[in-house]
Design a binder for this molecule. Structure first.
Ligand SMILES: Cc1cc2nc3c(=O)[nH]c(=O)nc-3n(C[C@H](O)[C@H](O)[C@H](O)COP(=O)(O)OP(=O)(O)OC[C@H]3O[C@@H](n4cnc5c(N)ncnc54)[C@H](O)[C@@H]3O)c2cc1C
Length: 396
């Protein structure tokens, strides 16, 4: 006998947990199906998530007005989510972009400055000499200037945000099912969902928010045009002296002349092992995964050792004060769409919608993306005030 729900959200990650919260605020009969973070990655045979970490940059300064808007709408709700869940996840540490003067109108910083101006975003511009004196933690090349968003920006703890969303959803009556979905099928006016542990559920509508795993496990009749790509991060373990030295730095994104040297840097954050780490990652193109096994094998690794070495080198040039720190590395997976925008829509089905395609930037905006996922379930589509037509999923 199938368990009956009105709405099922598949994937309890950043977008799915947010969708379940928004949906359960407005409707009964909501279930969120997805597994918890595995305690032992090496032994884990199931799916993973891209939010298993303690820090993600949050900012509104963005070259794409759509992403800027999603971030703004999410950030203004952070404190309310913290209050309602009793779980802290947001640190308003500010966010700095440093880069060379734009050479053309298509340059990211030029476009982001324009979007900021139109939306009235408070961003301070630092010319090269002031940049160096204002942010003494860094040893920036002399030709870099900076845009600094000092309020309503900083970093969030993605694991804690997901916990907070799930806690509020549960309080609102949402049901949490700890399982991997292995089949989704439309039949006779409802959607049938099966899990690996033998559970069968039915719902009027289903939202698939399975991140990098959206194209696996028979969730969709056709694969999405979606690329799951490997990313490597390095962690610098900070002693007390360095915690003090780097403690007041903002979240930072550095564009240099060479594309391969672009990096993003998270200020010191305490991790579950009790140590404080400063994290750094890059955005080097490294192909994509073709099979479920490839993605899982990557999640069990320590990332790409060559990329980790390169990131350490770049970090030491930018922040020589990190010299001598113990470093470790970790893998993650970013999910890209050809449009650079998330997918949030039905098509071809009118009962099964998708919400995915974080494009490496969706953690900060996950609450708004979850709200859009909830609207899809409740209304059967998104209006243009929510950029609906810009996010229709594309299939292969
Ligand atoms: C290294 C790295 C750094 C990043 N830094 C930033 C940053 O600084 N700022 C920022 O805003 N964004 C950042 N991002 C992006 C951000 O983390 C992702 O966009 C975000 O996690 C995507 O959320 P999601 O819900 O789509 O996927 P996830 O958070 O991965 O959630 C997907 C969920 O689906 C579940 N699932 C999968 N398959 C199934 C199935 N068959 N059945 C049930 N459940 C299933 C998984 O268990 C998982 O919980 C970064 C990403 C990476 C990889």
């Amino acid at each position: 006998m199938a368990e009956q729900f009105r709405y099922i959200v598949i994937g309890g990650g950043m977008m799915g947990a947010a969708a379940a919260r928004h949906l359960s605020e407005q409707a009964d009969g909501v279930a969120l199906i997805g597994p918890a973070e595995p305690p032992d990655y090496q032994a884990h045979q199931g799916v993973f998530a891209s939010h298993y970490d303690e820090a993600r940059i949050t900012r509104q300064f963005d070259a794409d007005p759509l992403w800027a808007s999603f971030a703004a709408r999410s950030i203004e709700r952070y404190r309310d989510i913290e209050t309602r869940s009793g779980i802290r996840f947001y640190t308003e540490a500010g966010c700095l972009f440093a880069g060379p003067e734009p050479r053309s109108a298509s340059d990211y910083l030029h476009r982001a400055a324009q979007v900021a101006q139109v939306s009235g975003l408070l961003v301070e511009k630092f010319e090269a000499p002031q940049l160096v004196s204002r942010f003494p933690q860094f040893s920036f090349p002399p030709h870099l200037f900076g845009y600094y968003e000092h309020v309503e920006a900083g970093h969030i703890n993605p694991r804690a945000l997901v916990r907070a969303q799930k806690a509020i959803a549960a309080e609102q009556g949402g049901r949490r099912i700890n399982a991997v979905v292995t089949a989704v099928r439309e039949e006779g006016g409802h959607v049938r969902v099966e899990t690996a542990n033998g559970l069968v559920c039915q719902a009027e509508r289903v939202l698939i928010a399975a991140g990098a795993f959206s194209n696996f496990h028979n969730l969709l009749p056709r694969p999405l045009d979606l690329r799951a790509a490997p990313r490597t991060v390095v962690f610098f373990e900070l002693d007390e002296e360095r915690q003090a030295r780097f403690g007041s730095m903002p979240s930072t994104i550095v564009f240099t002349e060479r594309e391969e040297d672009h990096v993003y840097i998270l200020p010191p954050v305490r991790y579950p092992d009790g140590n404080v780490y400063l994290k750094l990652g890059g955005d080097i193109e490294a192909g994509g995964f073709a099979t479920l096994d490839e993605v899982r094998t990557w999640f069990r690794s320590s990332g790409d050792p060559d990329e980790a070495r390169r990131l350490v080198e770049v970090a030491l040039q930018l922040m020589p004060g990190l010299s001598g720190c113990r470093t470790t590395s970790a893998p993650c997976v970013a999910t890209f769409t050809p449009t650079g925008r998330p997918y949030a829509g039905f098509q071809p089905s009118s009962q099964v919608a998708v919400l995915t395609g974080g494009n490496f930037v969706a953690a900060k905006s996950s609450d708004e993306l979850g709200r859009l996922g909830a609207l899809l379930m409740l209304n059967g589509g998104l209006g243009e005030e929510d950029f609906g037509s810009g996010m229709l999923p594309l299939f292969r």
